[in-house]
Design a protein around this ligand. Structure first.
Ligand SMILES: [Zn+2]
Length: 94
């Protein structure tokens, strides 16, 4: 397989939702291959927020595979291209 080069525009991102003790919830967007912290300071009250969603990068630590490698196992490049293209259309039309 030839190396895959993604432009910034197509870089995969994931959204992680955090919530704090005061029931504020907020979303942070990370690059798909970023190490996602399980806690984040709440922008509303400054308390520590935590996330219940387990980022897939947690699995990466166990398997030793990057998020990107795991994505490629589940999806073909053609599928990914379609997903990126569809998502881009949504973003541009919103
Ligand atoms: Zn808060």
């Amino acid at each position: 397989m030839r190396p895959v080069t993604l432009t910034t525009e197509f870089a995969e991102r994931m959204e992680v939702t955090y919530s704090c003790d005061s029931d504020h919830s907020f979303v942070r967007t990370f690059a798909a291959d970023a190490a996602v912290p399980t806690t984040w300071d709440c922008p509303h009250c400054g308390k520590m927020g935590s996330t219940n969603s387990v980022p897939e990068t947690e699995g990466a630590k166990i398997t030793g595979k990057s998020h990107w490698e795991m994505v490629l196992e589940r999806r073909s490049m053609d599928e990914l291209k379609h997903m990126f293209t569809d998502r881009l259309k949504e973003v541009r039309h919103s």
